[in-house]
Design a protein around this ligand. Structure first.
Ligand SMILES: [Ca+2]
Length: 242
């Protein structure tokens, strides 16, 4: 009778009594008490990482993938959509689920999420979760019509996204076999919140360059020959590595 029913599958089933924040997505809730997974401890009735999570993710998809990606589904590194920012990119073309999900990041003092993206059809949605993906909160919906050409997107993180264990994901909700592709490149989740109050960089080594600058090509911090002070110097020998 149901012979022609389409196949379906289940994944990540969570059945439990309710605990606050669902034990952060890292534990079992037994009679209203969280029993945390290894590497997580109980804090305010939820499970939080025992060791502080990294506070910054940068990914250009050129060499080895950052260990801060928790999972990538339906995508692979390649050049399927052409150059998005620079070199290779994360190219989503498979039928079925298409998602890139980060590991928990400590975004308590993190300012923004920034990335290059090109979308062939439908929308790509950017979300965050503070309980490891049990519940997702909205950051941005990117409609393909605005991203037929590669664009850079900058999202200032809202206060609810600034936690010691925030997970981010880019995903496309529904996929048929003939849906067009999309591609992600040069992902940055970072920049310190202190840069919100103004911008000042003396290039004296007190702040890592990547905290203030999204990308520097062909320049390096050296002692400036005129002022005898450190400066970001661009000279003819520091050619674009591309
Ligand atoms: Ca790249």
């Amino acid at each position: 009778m149901y012979r022609d029913a389409p196949p379906f599958a289940l994944d990540g089933v969570y059945i439990s009594e309710p605990c606050p924040n669902h034990c952060g997505g890292h534990g079992d809730c037994i009679s209203g008490v969280c029993f945390c997974d290894m590497g997580y401890t109980v804090e305010q009735d939820s499970c939080v990482p025992s060791v502080a999570s990294p506070s910054e993710l940068t990914e250009g998809f050129e060499g080895k993938l950052s260990p801060l990606w928790q999972s990538i589904s339906g995508g692979q590194i390649g050049g399927g959509c052409g150059i998005i920012s620079e070199g290779k990119a994360l190219y989503f073309s498979s039928a079925g689920r298409r998602e890139a999900r980060t590991a928990p990041l400590d975004t308590t003092n993190t300012r923004l999420a920034q990335f290059y993206i090109r979308i062939g059809s439908k929308s790509v949605i950017v979300q965050f979760s503070t309980n490891n993906g049990i519940q997702w909160q909205f950051l941005r919906e990117l409609d393909f019509s605005s991203f037929l050409e590669p664009q850079v997107v900058t999202i200032e993180l809202p206060p609810p996204a600034k936690t010691p264990y925030t997970v981010f994901r880019w995903w496309q909700p529904q996929q048929g076999k003939h849906s067009a592709q999309w591609t992600l490149d040069d992902v940055l989740i970072g920049m310190n919140d202190s840069s919100r109050t103004g911008f000042h960089d003396k290039f004296d080594g007190t702040t890592p360059l990547r905290h203030n600058w999204y990308r520097i090509q062909g320049g390096e911090v050296t002692v400036d020959c005129l002022s005898l002070d450190t400066a970001l110097t661009f000279n003819s020998e520091a050619i674009d590595s591309k």
